[in-house]
Design a protein around this ligand. Structure first.
Ligand SMILES: Nc1ncnc2c1ncn2[C@@H]1O[C@H](COP(=O)(O)OP(=O)(O)O)[C@@H](O)[C@H]1O
Ligand SMILES: [Mg+2]
Length: 316
């Protein structure tokens, strides 16, 4: 167990833990500072208490997730890190993998929650700019030979002004080379149908376009402030029944006409943002964009339409 004030020694330096930032079932993230020069960092550690309670296969899976995250981040070049969180240090603590990341202001879920308490929300221009940044981050992940499979606001880090997003949390990365169907992975509230509904063998066949669906779900949420009904239903089914929830669920249509109308109303009169949303959220992966470049073009068209509809806001 770690606590504030503890010093975590990794390969390049030593990091003093300051306060918990977040975490999940198996990880803990701490705000920290370099003992050497005061550089701020986010230190990600294995949750020791959970690890000790887990069965050996689960432990091995968690450890593999940490190792995969470190290996992916270590392989990046400085120019890849515009929209992907930068690894500062890595190593082992208490016999478990650990890493230190550049410290950002928080995640996009918290950022939007703060905006909402002020009665504010991102405009279409901001939502599209963020979508473009996430598209660039996913392109990097795909270029390095991985699919990401866990795109959601909590895995997007944001700087204090809210201008720059960086993708984080690469423990769910799966090699593109490995095209075989796999066990359940990711977060039900943001998933493409092929990632939520298993095949007859109870497995899931995903690829890069699985990440594009989640990008569409994110765009819808950013613009309207609410999740797609389809995603909310999947999340609900998973919360109650775990992966078995898929069999019992009569999922609502993805992007029903009233949802398109709500999105279009927030977006602007131009139909380019709707075309982008429809492309990303196509129920069948084959019908989604095949490459980040295709998505970039759709985003550029949508942004041009939004700028024409809101000239003053986008000039500000
Ligand atoms: N570099 C960072 N800067 C600021 N906050 C971070 C950073 N990394 C993670 N966090 C916070 O910790 C949470 C959990 O981190 P994440 O890497 O997603 O781990 P987990 O596998 O536990 O989901 C994030 O949702 C975010 O709120
Ligand atoms: Mg996470």
């Amino acid at each position: 167990m770690v606590e504030a004030g503890d010093i975590i020694t990794l390969t390049a330096g030593a990091w003093r833990l300051q306060a918990p930032l977040g975490g999940s079932s198996y990880g803990q993230v701490w705000r920290a500072q370099s003992v050497l020069d005061g550089t701020p960092a986010a230190v990600k550690l294995v949750n020791r208490a959970q690890m000790d309670l887990a069965l050996p296969p689960q432990r091995a899976l968690w450890r593999a997730s940490f190792d995969a995250e470190i290996a992916f981040l270590r392989g990046l070049q400085p120019w890849d890190q515009r929209h992907i969180v930068r690894l500062l240090d890595s190593g082992e603590h208490d016999g478990q993998p650990a890493l230190a990341l550049e410290l950002l202001d928080g995640d996009l879920a918290a950022h939007l929650a703060t905006l909402r308490t002020r009665g504010d929300r991102p405009g279409i221009g901001q939502a599209l700019a963020w979508t473009a940044q996430v598209n660039a981050a996913l392109a990097k992940v795909h270029q390095y030979g991985w699919r990401y499979l866990d795109l959601k606001p909590a895995n997007l880090l944001v700087d204090a002004p809210g201008n720059t997003l960086k993708l984080a949390d690469f423990g769910t990365n799966r090699a593109l080379q490995d095209s075989a169907a796999h066990s359940y992975a990711g977060t039900a509230a943001w998933q493409a149908p092929e990632q939520f509904f298993p095949d007859e063998a109870g497995r899931y066949r995903t690829d890069t376009r699985t990440d594009y669906f989640a990008l569409g779900a994110l765009l819808y949420w950013l613009v309207t402030g609410i999740p797609l009904r389809y995603c909310a239903a999947c999340a609900d089914a998973y919360r109650t029944h775990g992966t078995a929830g898929a069999a019992a669920l009569h999922a609502p249509a993805i992007l029903a006409p009233d949802e398109v109308a709500l999105f279009a109303g927030h977006a602007c009169a131009d139909d380019a943002p709707v075309a982008l949303l429809r492309a990303l959220l196509a129920p069948r992966p084959e019908a989604r964009p095949r490459h980040a470049l295709e998505i970039s073009r759709l985003i550029a068209r949508a942004a041009a339409g939004a700028a024409a509809a809101y000239p003053l806001r986008s000039a500000a």
